[in-house]
Write a protein of this length. Structure first.
Length: 268
């Protein structure tokens, strides 16, 4: 099947859709003919993304909710399945980062980061999964991080929450491949998004800065293209980035070298 026809008539649900990689994915799926359910906790941002799809904006449906409070997610999912008849793809892009040392990070902040990055992601995944099992098809993706494969300074809770996703989504794949359900983990390195602006410091306030490493990173548009191509190839881990991805291989095959260089790398 040709790439340009693969997504026609499909329904893709994207969280974190009001900015960054999520926003770029909305445009990419719509361009390829898919209907998109766009979610985040920023309704004006979602409406802006929808409007920027111009003549294809009718294909975008803005469904706001907050990943830190998914108490009503089952009802939201039921409503969307009823409205669209199916969910073919669920792309968990939304999340939050961190910029604080372990000894300065209060436990409530660790819990908040996990609530958004881990529990928020698995909540919508668990709500969508039964419908995909029933339709005997689907593809669910979660966004980890390069630091979801190793520890990194000032990212203790962020790194831990992302590493937890790997265990969950590998299990998701093994348990549900019999139902023709695919599961992938997206592993971004440096991508030029606002994630560092909204990263939480030790007081739970926004970091408010664009990290130097991210400023030199891949564009969200290119990241979205890589993710879509990874989906087409059914890759269980989709690496998104440039030369910084070499750290994944250094950590795996030469860990002593990784620990010598990790604290010398500028923020990722």
């Amino acid at each position: 099947m040709k790439k340009e026809k693969r997504f026609i008539g499909k329904v893709a649900w994207i969280t974190g859709a009001s900015s960054g990689i999520g926003e770029a994915l909305v445009h990419e799926f719509v361009r390829r003919g898919a209907t998109v359910i766009a979610s985040s906790n920023d309704l004006p941002g979602l409406e802006r993304v929808k409007a920027e799809c111009e003549d294809k904006s009718i294909m975008v449906h803005c469904i706001p909710f907050d990943l830190s409070d998914t108490s009503g997610i089952d009802k939201i999912v039921e409503q969307q399945v009823s409205a669209h008849g199916k969910i073919d793809f669920l792309l968990n892009i939304g999340g939050i980062s961190q910029r604080a040392r372990i000894d300065e990070t209060p436990l409530w902040l660790d819990r908040k980061i996990f609530e958004i990055n881990y529990f928020g992601t698995i909540a919508i995944t668990k709500a969508v999964l039964p419908f995909m099992i029933r339709q005997r098809s689907g593809h669910i993706l979660a966004t980890s991080s390069i630091s979801g494969r190793f520890g990194f300074p000032l990212r203790s809770a962020y790194s831990a929450s992302k590493q937890a996703l790997h265990g969950f989504f590998e299990t998701l794949y093994l348990e549900n491949k019999q139902f023709n359900i695919k599961a992938s983990v997206i592993i971004p390195g440096r991508v030029r998004t606002s994630i560092s602006f909204h990263a939480l410091d030790a007081e739970g306030k926004e970091h408010g800065k664009l990290d130097e490493g991210l400023a030199k990173g891949l564009s969200p548009v290119k990241a979205a293209e890589i993710i879509i191509n990874g989906m087409i190839r059914n890759k269980r881990e989709i690496l998104v980035g440039r030369k910084e991805l070499i750290l994944l291989y250094i950590r795996r095959y030469c860990p002593w070298l990784f620990f010598r260089i990790a604290d010398k790398i500028k923020a990722m």
